[in-house]
Ligand binder design. Sequence first.
Ligand code: FO1
Length: 311
Amino acid sequence: MSGRIVVLTGGVGGAKLVLGLMQVCPPEDITAIVNTGDDFRHLGLAISPDIDTLLYTLSGRANAAQGWGREGETWSFMDALKSLDGEDWFLLGDGDMALHVLRSHMLASGETLSAATARFATAWDLGLKILPMSDDAVATHVSTDAGDLPFQRYFVEQRCAPAVRAIRFEGAEQAYPAPGVIEAISDPATRAIVIAPSNPWLSVDPILAVPGIREALAARKAPVVAVSPIVGGQAVKGPTAKLMGELGLGVTNQAIAAHYEGVIDALLVDVRDAGEGLDIPHAVTDTLMKTLDDRARVARAALDLAERIAG
Ligand code: FO1
């Protein structure tokens, strides 16, 4: 399939699919639009977890087992920080610090998150475009039975334990899509838009909450295919299944399809859930992504489904 591919992604599962797309399409044809709702300032540093997970995953630097951060990371900064009674609930590796320090320095010098992200993608010769969903601050907060929590406090400090009652994206109403985001979605050369198997409520909804993005998707020419984050009635990593239960939803692909109502044309589901009735176009494959070949297979299946939809 030649032409431009756009992928909306966040979190670890999303990064795996983007890596799969890089195996089956020329990287220069791919534009990744990345969730920045997880971003926050910590110890004065601008942290962008989903951008960094994508940078590490695509450059082969990721700590695959851990899902975030760098393979072979060292922790002398954290040791020194703890010795000074600094906040140590959010771990900042020595190599990881380079991204946070450089990004923070560029933002403090008036550059945008887009510019910092493009610099890193170029420095690591990744080939694809990585666009933040917005250069404006959008912060995911969850209202839980343990109170109102900024995303990283919920995800890291509380390890997703509190039951989520509601999710909001502070600043979304005032945010603008980052340069190139609407253009990529609306580009006549774009032949498929893929929503990666990220958590729809926590990693994709912030992207859709930026005014203009959902509208551009609804007005799209290209088919939009979502890869379900559910495998065998569970979620592979992270809190998706738990969250769906807390939101009063069954852990089903019908619930995923309903959530993306109006945005997607089709859903790629896992072979273990193939029996579930779905009233939108769909395809079935083994969506469990352990190896690079797995990631390429899922990416290929998503593009084949898009091609089928395009007719
Ligand atoms: N996740 C953790 O579970 N513990 C951490 O200490 C942690 C630190 C961290 C530092 C930089 C970064 O980019 C990501 C980090 N993450 C950590 C992962 C992060 O919370 C998640 O990747 C996303 O926010 C959820 O997708």
